[in-house]
Design a protein around this ligand. Structure first.
Ligand code: ADP
Ligand code: ZN
Length: 726
């Protein structure tokens, strides 16, 4: 009777999605069976949240304060590999484990399972006679997994009456299944590509890696259009065949609908998508079905790495060099690097694909940690575009314009051939700077250290850091003079204005993320692929992954743009971006041209692009990194210290620096103003921590944070291991 309440209850630690260093303790109600990895709903303050039961000791807690777990979710527990991966990620990034758990728990607190739907499960009975259609159905159903009637028919490529015929003979038992699979299972044999000899060779190496069932990293290195996707699809097919789940990471998945169609062409069904533009209901469904193993292949953005797969057996990281893989919010991580660790922990292969691999991956491959697999040229008759630079000092645009005569001429020729041109400029809006011709006043964001960018289509001045916007005035706010404000420099809108004047009969589309939402962008991209535009003017979102069959000219309006800042990675990034964007041209065999407008045609980046000699460029960059001990030859981390006032931020940063322990392999640089010194009204200082390859950077930072002042008032400290810019 009441004796019961004195028996010590079972207490378990639960990771809740909070920036707490340790899990919280909860009581397990009678009759509930939980273990490490179980997903539960628990009370937290006045709310209820989803949490993950974990291992290890719990804080001693006053039994009266101990609250019980509210609910055990009806889904499989997070597997051991994922639990280890989460611990590792928290450790490596110096993040509270609860914040990593938060990335895994992409489910609402009230996890409300969809009503079950009727399904069929193979009962082990033989049908009276066998047909090839029936055989295909049975082959799928034999493993005892439950299917819906239409799902099974679809996957087997038979009409639903075949299923009904089998059901009538008792071949299936009726069961209820949790929810309808969003996607039919991909079929590894649906439409195998006829690979070229080079591709076959590359594919067999990847297939071998998947077959041998162990950790390995392959760097699939081949120019744009060489068939990397076709090749890694073979590895995907093998993994599916072996019953494993597959994750394909893509930098801009929301915009690469073409990829899903290609996957469908090869495997007869689409992969599940995972990215931030998913509707909440789809997100919930994908999450759950990944966890239950129904979803076999996920094509996702970086956050897909934290999906709790039931049996993950292969990760592909496409465009592995892409900066979009770095998350710089809450938990700072690089999904490319984390994918490798996930593979290591899960003991399965990882494939990194790129036409312009990151310096880090290049070095890992040349030092034998990764296996390099090369695809030498473009597939079939598709030739690489002819690449040239246009020296803007010799071929200047007309006053007030940005397109050189040479580029205008090339566009005219392309228009005459009824082919498409892409004008690429990685800058949204109309002009990056507005100033007053009379007093020199410059329009700056009140909350950030950045100029306001004019967006003429909307008649606004916009901060690209924080989104602050104001109407563009007629008069200068400083001297009051009317009509003397000038726009300096180009953005895509201004290039569109010039193109409209220069090519009055051309159909022109501007693609920029601020002008339209994802849905509109997708439609526009499809329209372009169908040839419904002559000139496309776009920011980097057009550079990635798209295949425009009729595009034969790519003009880069300002090839020098990314080189201006002092970041040691600037050359590498610019090289990668220029390569990727010029690679949009000539994907289907037509003769094509890539033109780079530049004021520094002798810059190593321009030379590398024009000559096609990537190797020389990489060698130089790698040598430079090695000489200065920069990654991957040394280690870097950044601490960003921000506060509401400048002195608060600076003083805290100085105090942290003084708290740094002595370590011969590590030096601390700064504090200095962060590259973005003011963002959303917060002043930012940066400490850079530079160590040798073997240095324990994390240990050093932990010691520093422990000995230094704690975050207080408005002060926040963010840890960025392996920062993007340094
Ligand atoms: P990458 O991923 O290296 O940029 P893709 O895999 O996208 O290259 O291939 C470029 C183009 O060539 C695509 O349109 C693709 O369908 C086609 N292609 C590549 N290899 C083959 C093949 N073996 N059979 C048919 N088409 C191929
Ligand atoms: Zn701002």
């Amino acid at each position: 009777m009441s004796q019961d309440s004195f028996i010590p209850q079972k207490i378990v630690p639960v990771l809740v999605p909070m920036p707490a260093e340790r899990p919280y303790s909860y009581a397990v109600p009678d009759g509930m069976e939980v273990k490490a990895g179980s997903i539960v709903r628990v009370p937290l303050g006045p709310r209820e949240v989803a949490g993950i039961v974990t291992e290890g000791s719990t804080d001693s807690i006053d039994a009266k304060k101990l609250r019980p777990i509210s609910e055990l979710f009806d889904c499989p527990p997070v597997d051991d590999g994922m639990m280890r991966f989460m611990r590792w990620a928290a450790d490596y990034t110096i993040s509270p484990p609860g914040m990593v758990a938060r990335m895994v728990l992409r489910v609402p607190a009230a996890f409300d399972p969809e009503p079950p739907v009727p399904g069929l499960r193979f009962s082990g009975r033989e049908p009276d006679r066998m047909t090839s259609a029936r055989a295909r159905v049975l082959e799928l159903a034999e493993d005892g997994m439950a299917w819906t009637r239409t799902g099974l028919a679809h996957a087997a490529g038979v009409s639903a009456t075949v299923i009904d015929g089998l059901a009538a003979q008792g071949v299936f038992e009726q069961v209820m299944i949790p929810a309808r699979p969003i996607v039919a299972a991909p079929d590894p044999d649906y439409a195998k590509a006829a690979l070229s000899p080079d591709q076959t060779q590359a594919a067999s190496q990847l297939v071998e890696a998947v077959s041998t069932n162990g950790f390995s990293v392959s760097l699939l290195d081949g120019v744009t259009g060489s068939g990397k996707t076709e090749v890694y699809f073979e590895a995907v097919a093998k993994a599916i065949e072996r019953g494993k789940q597959v994750l394909i990471l893509l930098p801009e998945i929301a915009l690469t609908q073409q990829f899903l169609d290609r996957f469908h062409d090869r495997f007869g069904s689409k992969p599940a998508e995972w990215h931030s533009d998913l509707a909440p209901r789809s997100r919930e469904r994908v999450w759950r079905q990944v966890m239950e193993g129904q979803v076999r292949v996920v094509a996702g953005a970086r956050s897909a790495l934290f999906l709790p797969f039931k049996d993950l057996g292969l990760i592909i990281v496409d465009e592995e060099h892409d900066p979009a893989y770095k998350q710089e919010d809450r938990v700072f991580y690089n999904a490319r690097d984390m994918a490798v660790v996930r593979g290591h922990i899960g003991n399965f292969p990882v494939v990194l694909a790129s036409a312009t691999p990151s310096i880090e991956s290049q070095v890992n491959a040349s030092q034998g940690r990764y296996t390099r697999i090369r695809l030498p040229g473009r597939y079939a008759e598709a030739a690489m575009p002819d690449l040239k630079s246009i020296d803007m000092r010799r071929s200047p645009p007309r006053p007030g314009g940005f397109l050189s005569p040479a580029l205008v001429e090339a566009i005219n020729q392309t228009l005459q051939r009824k082919e498409q041109s892409l004008l690429f400029l990685n800058r949204r809006g109309y002009a990056p700077l507005t100033l007053c011709r009379v007093c020199g006043h410059r329009f700056q964001c009140p909350d950030c250290s950045s100029w306001l960018v004019e967006h003429r289509f909307r008649g606004q001045l916009v901060c690209h850091q924080c989104g602050h916007r104001e109407a563009r005035p007629e008069a200068c706010p400083s001297c009051g003079t009317l009509d003397h404000l000038v726009a300096c420099g180009p953005g895509v809108e201004r290039i569109a204005e010039e193109a409209e004047k220069t090519f009055p009969d051309a159909r022109i589309i501007v693609l920029s993320s601020d002008l339209m939402g994802v849905k509109r962008l997708r439609l526009e991209l499809d329209a372009i692929a169908r040839g419904e535009a002559d000139i496309i003017i776009g920011t980097q979102l057009v550079a990635k992954g798209h295949n425009f069959p009729n595009m034969t000219l790519v003009g880069v309006v300002d090839a020098d743009l990314g080189l201006a800042n002092g970041d040691p990675r600037a050359a590498e990034r610019t090289f990668q971006l220029l390569n990727q964007v010029t690679g949009r041209a000539g994907r289907t065999g037509k003769k094509s041209l890539g033109l780079l407008q530049t004021y520094q045609p002798d810059h190593p980046v321009m030379r590398a692009i024009v000559s096609g000699d990537a190797q020389a460029f990489y060698e130089r960059e790698i040598e430079e990194r090695e000489r200065s001990g920069l990654p991957p030859f040394g280690r870097l981390a950044a601490l960003i210290i921000s506060a509401a006032t400048r002195p608060e931020a600076e003083n805290h940063a100085r105090a942290l620096r003084r708290a740094a322990p002595a370590a011969p392999q590590i030096s601390v640089l700064g504090p200095a103003e962060a590259p973005l010194a003011l963002v959303r009204g917060r002043h930012r200082f940066r400490l850079l921590i530079h160590g040798t390859r073997k240095a324990d950077i994390q240990g050093f930072i932990r010691a520093m944070l422990a000995a230094g002042p704690k975050e207080r008032g408005s002060v926040r400290v963010q840890v960025d291991i392996d920062p993007q810019s340094f």
